[in-house]
Ligand binder design. Structure first.
Ligand code: SAH
Ligand code: SF4
Length: 354
């Protein structure tokens, strides 16, 4: 049966008249977090019965949760066809001063979500790619990941979270459903998550980056670059044959982005492959006049992986070179390593378990 989570508020207002019904339904689902139609108290019994006959609410079933020592939590969800996807909740402790200058501790949540079951792109270093592509996620399956994780952790519905499309799959290969989900997350009668808190990470499908830009959603962009010359990038990411580095840089330059924000370039550092200063130099040149920031990621090895984790000294030298050349550069702490919950690290463990 079709889930009501597949619809934006505009779409709902075309289905249910008068149009304020859509607003009410949205508030029940996203703000009050109801699990049953009968809990929608201000909606007539007649309409509730129609809803029950035609629609479902939550399309996901939690089948496993693993908590890491650092507090991150990995969720395994079953879909209606028994396929599974994973999402991760990443809490980040922050210190802030209140108006009296007193130090207060504050937790910021980021939820890393999947957009497909498997992935077509086939990157050599990525576990998601190993089992091929199964199918796109529906809008409801994307949206429910955030809804369920917020509920399961008692995160108040009006509490802002960040969303990153960095779980399983290539979000720009499922652009229509991803774009609709972004609008639903953003709706002020729903979770009200600003599009500036939502990041799409892509392997660099240039034509789709262009399309996403034309949609003008205000969403942030992260590019999984990982290599600075086409030869190595092709080896790591076969998609580079279709969309090379130059085409990606061009698409990024044309992408509309909030003037206060930067495009994130993710650079997976692999020992003896792309961890040298020569690569850092090329990266600086490549990013030239783009408002960019770089996120260096430690390659996270898995059993039988052909690549190696870089050594810390090379990672720090690489970072220093970028910082010295005025490029914001962070090193991604491998959150949740003990439960393989680092984004892009999902899947394989459970494939074995099922
Ligand atoms: N398909 C999209 C989004 C999902 S992957 C993309 O590729 O951008 C999210 C991130 O995890 C990507 O930057 C990916 O390169 C990274 N990743 C994949 N395998 C990894 C591994 N073994 N160790 C560390 N990061 C990895
Ligand atoms: Fe797909 Fe991203 Fe994995 Fe590449 S890194 S195979 S694009 S999920």
């Amino acid at each position: 049966m079709n889930s009501l989570l597949n619809y934006t508020k505009d779409e709902l207002s075309n289905i249910f008249q008068p149009s304020f019904r859509a607003k009410q339904i949205f508030q029940w689902i996203y703000q009050k977090g109801v699990d049953e139609f009968d809990e929608m108290k201000n909606i007539s019994k007649e309409l509730r019965n129609t809803l029950k006959d035609k629609y479902t609410l939550n399309p996901l079933k939690i089948i496993d949760v693993e908590t890491s020592q650092d507090g991150s939590k990995k969720y395994l969800f079953a879909l209606h066809d028994n396929l599974t996807i994973e999402s991760v909740l990443l809490p980040m402790k922050q210190e802030q001063r209140d108006e009296n200058g007193k130090l207060i501790h504050h937790t910021r949540y980021t939820i890393c979500i999947s957009s497909q079951v498997g992935c077509k792109i086939g990157c050599a270093f990525c576990l998601t790619a190993k089992d091929g592509f199964k199918r796109n996620l529906s809008v409801s399956e994307i949206v429910a990941q955030v809804l369920q994780i917020k509920k399961d952790n008692n995160i108040a519905s009006n509490r802002k979270v960040n969303i990153v499309f960095m779980g399983m799959g290539e979000p720009l290969d499922n652009l229509d459903n991803v774009a609709k989900s972004i609008k639903i997350f953003n709706d002020s009668d729903g979770l009200s998550i600003s599009t500036r808190r939502q990041t799409i990470s892509t392997s660099g499908l240039s034509h789709q980056i262009k399309k996403l830009g034309e949609m003008n959603l205000g969403v942030l962009l992260a590019i999984s670059l990982h290599a600075v010359d086409d030869k190595l990038r092709e080896e790591l990411m076969p998609i580079n044959k279709a969309y090379n580095i130059e085409s990606i840089i061009k698409a990024v330059k044309e992408f509309p982005i909030d003037t206060r924000k930067k495009v994130m370039f993710e650079y997976l550092v692999i020992r003896d492959l792309n961890d040298d200063i020569k690569s850092a130099k090329k990266l600086v040149k490549l990013l030239g006049d783009i408002k960019a920031k770089v996120n260096l990621i430690y390659f996270n090895p898995y059993p039988m992986s052909e690549f190696k984790r870089p050594i810390k000294k090379d990672m720090l030298n690489f970072q220093k070179y970028l910082l010295d050349h005025k490029i914001t550069c962070t090193i991604r702490e491998s959150k949740g390593l003990d439960i393989s919950a680092a984004c892009g690290q999902l899947y394989e463990k459970n494939r074995k378990a099922l």
